[in-house]
Design a protein around this ligand. Structure first.
Ligand code: PMP
Length: 454
């Protein structure tokens, strides 16, 4: 593709450095510039319309172009465009949203702390955990265990929690005190003849062995997404979470549920924790909290976390942390309206009702010669691509197959996401059967086109 001089694409190449994008290749191919969105669709500057089968970045739960959210933002901006929450100040949207999140939480929670992105929420979690350890007089109990392929963000600390090579290698990460245990992907990691339940027991045993090797008195917290998202939509094996939680209880280790993707309906319940019987001490939420109409995230913490932090002895000082935009009134007002829409339109119930169709239809791709596994729960799924189903291997180099398939599926009018050797799907919660049919047909066609080139 040659870029027209001064076109919007050429100006993007000239001035804009992108995230997760090969910059040299971008200079050649340029961007697809998305101009507008409505419902499950977005339209680019050439007028081509796509189904956004990833809800943007797993986030636009209520769909694109929701006027109620634009109106909520406008109303709040005209009333109070900004105020902060430092040093005993507050404002109504932050108070109402905090109250709402405590009421919605699946277990008894105590307080909400606002941040602006998933990364900031998880980064703040690490600081809270460290502060709490110092406040409790347990300064050695600060290590955090995460999982291989977990995704928790990209700041130096949250990228350390993330368990992906690409987020570590060139950044001298992970930082000290953050460890990664077994990835609970049964299809990939399970041994020959091992049942799902036995694999879950092995994951829990690996975790326990790590805790014992490090010394339980040094391990403060464990973080996990109920269902792993950006690591490739990895659904935990049966009995996984109950076994993991038993180990954490035994050694007095806090459980942090990263609900940044799962939260607000994705798995067919309001929270992923409910789908898997997880009882967290801390939850981090973002994305569907505002349907990404504005940046906002939050930590929801219980009394085990709050009380020691509240004590704030003179030795350690007040909790010296906070972002200018923490609990931003416009983002909070939009989030409240977004949650009202999710409840009024019964979008969580809708997600639960339509999920079997979504999973079955995507599951039908398993008969395709290039598909090794289709996995998912609720309205999140991944199709794992292989060239040899039995050996479970894909084309070299790693990721090449999914990148090619992604481009073909996108040309067919459906935006998915290539992750490693899989294609991920995570449509807005308002998705209907006819959209699912289009998503699956476009994917099958893309895979047929890919097969023809091999
Ligand atoms: N946690 C999870 C589970 C995520 O999926 C993401 C983003 N994909 C993050 C944290 C980081 O969020 P952000 O990109 O808003 O920093």
């Amino acid at each position: 593709m040659t870029l027209q001089p001064n076109s919007i694409e050429a100006r993007d190449v000239a001035y804009h450095l992108h995230s997760y994008t090969n910059a040299r290749r971008h200079e050649e191919v340029g961007p697809i510039v998305i101009e507008s969105g409505e419902g499950v669709h977005v339209t680019d500057t050439d007028g081509k319309r796509y189904i956004e089968a990833m809800a943007g970045l797993w986030s636009v739960a209520v769909g694109f172009g929701e006027k109620r959210l634009a109106d909520a933002a406008s109303r709040q901006m005209q009333k109070l465009n900004f105020y902060h929450t430092f040093t005993h100040k507050s404002h109504q949207p932050a108070i109402e949203l905090a109250e709402k999140l405590i009421a919605m939480a699946p277990v008894k929670m105590s307080k909400v702390y606002f941040t602006n992105s998933g990364s900031e929420a998880n980064d703040t979690m690490i600081k809270l955990v460290r502060y709490r350890a110092n406040a409790l007089g347990q300064p050695e109990k600060k290590k955090i265990i995460s999982r291989i392929k977990g995704y928790h963000g990209v700041t130096l600390a949250s990228a350390s929690l993330t368990g992906l090579v690409n987020n570590h290698r060139a950044f001298d990460l992970p930082m000290e005190g953050i460890l990664h245990t077994t990835c609970p992907h049964y299809w990939r990691e399970g041994h020959e003849g091992e049942s799902e339940e036995d694999f879950a027991s092995r994951c829990a045993a690996d975790l326990e062995a790590m805790i014992l090797a490090e010394g339980p008195e040094t391990v403060a917290a464990f973080i996990g997404e109920p269902v792993m998202g950006a690591g490739g939509v990895i659904v935990p094996p049966k009995t996984y979470w109950e076994k993991i939680q038993a180990v954490l209880k035994k050694y007095d280790i806090l459980l942090v549920a990263d609900e940044v993707i799962c939260g607000f309906g994705r798995t067919g319940n309001m929270f992923g924790c409910q789908t898997y019987g997880i009882e967290p001490d801390i939850m981090t939420v973002s994305k569907a909290l505002s349907s990404s109409y504005l940046p906002i995230s939050a930590l929801i913490i219980n009394d085990r976390v709050y009380q020691p932090v509240a004590d704030q002895s003179s030795e350690i000082g007040t909790f010296g942390h906070g972002f200018t935009a923490s609990g931003h009134p416009v983002a909070a007002a939009v989030s409240l309206e977004n949650l009202a829409i999710i409840e009024e339109k019964r979008l969580v119930e809708h997600a639960a009702e339509i999920a079997p169709y979504f999973q079955e239809q995507l599951g039908s791709l398993l008969d395709h010669p290039l598909v090794g596994e289709v996995r998912g729960v609720g309205l999140i799924a991944a199709v794992e691509l292989v060239t040899d189903k039995k050996a479970k291997v894909a084309m070299q180099p790693p990721g090449a197959m999914a990148a090619a398939a992604f481009g073909l599926v996108q040309a067919n009018g459906v935006i998915s996401r290539a992750i490693g050797d899989c294609l991920a799907f995570c449509p807005p919660l308002i998705v209907e059967k006819e959209h699912i049919d289009t998503i699956v047909a476009a994917t099958r066609k893309g895979l047929d086109e890919l097969k023809a080139t091999l």
